[in-house]
Every structure is written in structure tokens, then in C-alpha cells.
Ligand binder design. Sequence first.
Ligand code: MOS
Length: 752
Amino acid sequence: MPTTEETPIVSPVGRDTPRVDGPRKVSGLAQYTSDFRFPGMLYAVPVEATIANGRVVKLDTAAAEKMPGVRAIFHRENIGKIFRSVLEPGFESVCEERRPPFEDDVIRYYGQYIALAVADTFETAKAAADAVRATYAKDKPNVENDLKADDDPDVVATTFGPYARLESQRGDAKGAFANAPVKLDQTYVTPAETHNPLELHATTAIWDGSTLTMYESSQGVVNQQGVLAQMFGLPKENVRVITKFVGSGFGSKLWPWTQCPLAAAAARQLGKPVKLVLSRKMMFQSVGHRARTQQRVRLGATPDGKLVSLQHDYVYHRSMLEAHHEDCGEATPFQYSVPNLRVTFGRARRNVGATTDMRGPGRTPGLYAIESAMNELADQLKIDPVKLRILNEPKIDESLGVPFSSRHLLECFELGAEKFGWSRRSPEVGSMKRDGLTLGWGMAGCSWVAARFSAAASVQLRDDGTARVACATQDIGTGMYTILAQLASQKTGVPLVKVEVALGDTALPEGPLSGGSMATASVVPAVFAAADNAIASLLAVATMTPGSPFENRPPTDLAFEGGRVFVKADGAAKGVPFDDLLRRANLRLVTGSGKSEATIGNPKPKYSTHSFGCHFVEVTWQPEIARLRVSRVVTVIDAGRIINPLAGRNQIEGAVVMGIGMALLEHTTYDPQNGAPINSNLADYVVAVNADVPPIDVHFLDFPDKEINELGARGIGEIGLTGVAAAITAAVHHATGVRVRELPVKIENLLA
Ligand code: MOS
């Protein structure tokens, strides 16, 4: 083993770092939720309503109950008490569908659970669920596509509290629009979309007296603990939620859904562990989706391209019960400089399952509309779309009246244009050709909020030269295991391979959601503080241990670097490895705890904190055979310091792939007859796959944002999806002359 003198520690932060959990994943050792097995475990399969509006009149469970191997058929009469849950201060106990399963007989969406079959095997449970017969009083479901705002009050209740429907206003947007020399007034539509993480939602519930343990596929174990504790009337500490690996979530696993209390209630009634894994079809019905949106954008401008008015009025669909706010207007007030602005929203109730956050919630559809409108305005003005954006770059956040902590959108445009070769673009439709193909070039800007959730972590230094870092956050495939290892390694000098990472368990220090692209930014200060405290404890040990070379020195004389303790005056070369000191003191380990506060939700921030970026897209078009392909993408992201560029680029690539799906393929379609999402499988709900995806050239700028944390690292999970669809539809227009304003772009749209 080489010593630290021979191999000086290089900072792991900012270096391409392969995932530390990679070997466990590729060798099959990584345990996803449905991989856990327990003695006596039973299997549960929910019975789904086959109507979307009405009431259950009769439930016939007799045949199902008689099947060999069936333990119970649960329904409203025998599931036992499940309470409602409420939102707690500080984003705690968030849940999109508060109505506990089986609370009443009313059916509000297709696929709502009406019973639960539990059996010794999955196959028996499935057969029993299929054998349950329901009789309904049916009403016609409302799954109408065209959205008109319901007659809601000016301030509406949402998942996160009250929201004013007049979302943002300054100047006189209507007057300025009326008088503007150049006007654009268009409506953009995005369909309902369904998250399709590879891993199905899965939960296994175990009761031990008054203690509930849940193995869960979750983006937020701490949040789920809070919700389930309320639903079962337990102190929080009696609920433990464990999520070791997640096959992604895209927002669908942020908040617990109704299958979680169902599994827990069944386990309570039967006194055995109960596993419940959703089918792909159920994933389209009962675990959230991105709301359909209809967004009217009105831009007023001067002939030389300065915006004078921006109005953004949008409507989205919502379920009969819940109140997720699809905040399409979130970025509108600050993305561009404009003196007169008005953003409003309305909602339209539909017989659909609850809507929820889906990667880049709000801003993804919102920036599709705003960036599309900017591209159309550029064409109308015959100004290059990059130039139009540069002309309207704000100096400060004009909605908050405060500076941006760090905004380098113009540098993104510059680098993106250079890497893409944008200066060679000829603006006329269909004017660019290559190898017999018509080319279309388009671009768009993008942004995503940057902030922190509160977080706690612990760091241990151990007598075998290893370290352990622990935090009850999750790795949803994004690379959190690696980030935590990098952070601990950076501070302690322990090489990555010797850092053990513990996450995904509410028994660990309370960690952040894997959501809002905020987990990484949130854990940095907590882990660093924990490491500092572990090191402080180590220095105290070094001065108090009989026989230690540092015995009786004041700890302030000592320093720690690269895993070694040394006297400041003597320098690091004369240091002693921390594991030597621990062994000499007969200590297995020293531990430090660290905490950091949330920055999100601050009503009076000093800075406006966001990440920015842009996409440049090329499509190829063959009118002879109506073949459209995305052939090239350049994406530049300004997200502060990137802790792991390797995983970071991968995140952005994945988001761009999702953007290609959003622009060209994805839509959840509801059957007007029965209200079912009819393409509820991966054959009919088409997502972008390898064959749809061209080379994606991702670049990060490097402007650390010290307002966010001491490394200057913001988040990158969601920003890469925002803006992609607008860049693609602009490229489609450039190639074909067809302006598609309702996603996804269908080949039929292009056969004008
Ligand atoms: Mo993201 S929609 O916050 O998982």
C-alpha cells in the first residue's frame, strides 16, 4: 500500500469519477426494493377500478377468497383504520393523494384501487385480484383534452399550500401589448406525460408490534416516514423507510402513493411482511403524471427585438381530489428582461389520477412555451434567435428585484453556438442540405432553480484507515453514492475506495429528498460540517492519548490534511496517519455530525439562484419518406461547480433523451369512453430509445456559485430537459416550414 507521501491525494471533487456503486449494480449485488425477501412474506396485488367516474355499488370477493393460497381480500370493510396525512412546515410530509385508499366508494379515476388481494405467491394474488367482481354506478368520465379554467378562487390550495392565480405582475402588460409595434399571440399545448422509470414502484411492509418498516422505491425516505407515521397514527420514530437502490423515479417516487399504506395496512392485518409491486399499467394510473397544459403566450416587442410585454396565461388539468400545481410560469418572470409582465394560471378538473412532479415540473412545459414563442418572434423579426435572447438578457431578476447569484446564460449561448457551428445557419426554411437530407437547426435557452433542502450527515474516521459517510438521502441512479464518497474523501483524504457510504434509510441522519435537483447542493455543507467535526474529535484524541506524538499539545497547534494529523509548524510531511492515532488510542472510530439549513422557501432572498443553459439541435428531414430524426445536439449548462462531471454529463444526456421523447414521442392518451390511459404500456407509450438518440455534446461552464454552498455546486438533474422541446420544434420548423405548437410533433403534422 503506497503511503500518502508517495501518492499525493488529488481532490476527488470536480474529477470524472466512475460510480462507486457501479460494481454492485453490474454484478447484481445491488438490492432494489423488490429484491428483498423476508420469511413468511406475502404478496399483494391491488384490484383496479375499471371506470373513471362513479361509485362501487357491490364488491364480490367470494370466488377470490376461496382460491387456495389466498390470505385475504381487503377492501373498505376490513382494511382497518388508515388516517389522512397533512403537510407539515418546511416541505415535510408531502403527499399528492391524501385520500387514504378505500376511504369511500367514490371512483374518481380509472385504476383507483378498490380492493387488495394478498396471497402466498404473486401469481395467486394476481389471479385472486382478477377474480374480484365489482359492480359500479357509472357516470361519464371527463377526460376532455381542451382545457378551460374551472371557476376557482383567486388563491387556490395546492400540495405546497396556497397559490395566487395571478402568479406574477409588473408594469402594464396588456396596455404595452396593445401598443407594441410587433406582436405574437400563440397557444402551446403539452400532453399528459407519464414517468416511466425502469424500476416499477415497489413496497414491502413489515410490522413488529407498533413499529412499521417499509422497504420502498422512494426518492424521499424521510418524507415517506412522516406521511406513513400520520397515516397509521404512529410517532415518526416508529416508522423506518429503507431505499437502497432506485431504478429511477423522475418525480413519480418523490411522494408516497396509495400502494404504500395498502401494503402497510395488509401487513398489519395479517402479521406478515407484505410485498406490493405495481404493474407497468398501474404506473400510468395511480402514481402521478405530468399534467396536460395549454399555454397562451403573448409577446410584444419593438422592431429591433426588445421585449416590451410578456403575458403567459396557462391552464393545466388536475385530478378530482388533488391540487398539484404545475408551475409553468415559474421561470417566466426572470428568464428575460421585460418591463411589462403578467403571468396567470387556471386549472381544469378531470377524471384522471393525481398529477405530480415530473422531471423539471412546471418549467419543462413552461419553458417549452416561452422559448417557442421567443423562437417564433425571432423569425417574425428576422433576427437570429440567439441574438434576440442576448438583446433581452436581464441584468437582475426583475421579478424579485435582486441580482442573480450567478447567471452565465450568455456564455452558454456563446459556447453552444461555437460548438454547434451556429454561425453557418442560413435562416430560410429548408435551405440547408447535407447528403440529400434537409437540415433543420433550432435552439432554446433553459433554466432550473438552485437551492438547498435542510440536511444532516455523519462522517466517521476508523482505525483501519477507512471512513464512513451516512445520510438519509437516496441514490435514484443519479450518482449520490459517488457524490457522498467524493465529499467525504475530499475532506478526510481517505481514498474513494475506502469510503463506505450509507444512505436510503431513515435510521441515518435526516437527509434531503432526491428532488428539485437539490440533493447534491444540500448534502455538501452537511457532509463537510460532519467531516470537520470528526476531524476535530480526532485532533482532541491526538492530544489526549498517552504516547501519542501530539500528547499534551493544544489541539489548535494541530492540523489535518490528506488523512494525516500534524503540527502546523512542522508541515504535513511529518504527519501521522489518523488510523495510527486511533489504534494507539484503542478507538475503533471517531464520529462527527453535521447539519445545514434549507435555503428554499426564503421569501426575501438576497439573490435569485438558478442554473441556466441552452440547447442547439439539428434535425434531418426526408420529405420523400416523411422521416424526421434528431441528428445532433449541443447542450451547455451553467450549474456552478460540477462535483462529478462524468455522472453530470450522463445526467444531462439522459435529460436530452427525455426531451427528444417529449418533443417527438411521449403522450398519455385517455379513452373518452372509460377514462383509462389507453397507452398504458411501453409498447404504446413510446419513449426515446437508442435509435432515436444522436450524439449529445454536453458542456459545463465552471462558475462556482458560493451562495449555494462552499463548493459552489448547484443541481443538474432537471435543467437538461427544460428547453429541449422548444429547440427541436424550432429545428423542425426550420427544416419543414411547419410550426407545431402541440406536442408531441407527429409525422402527420408534417405532411401538410
Ligand atoms: Mo424531480 S420531478 O424533483 O424528481
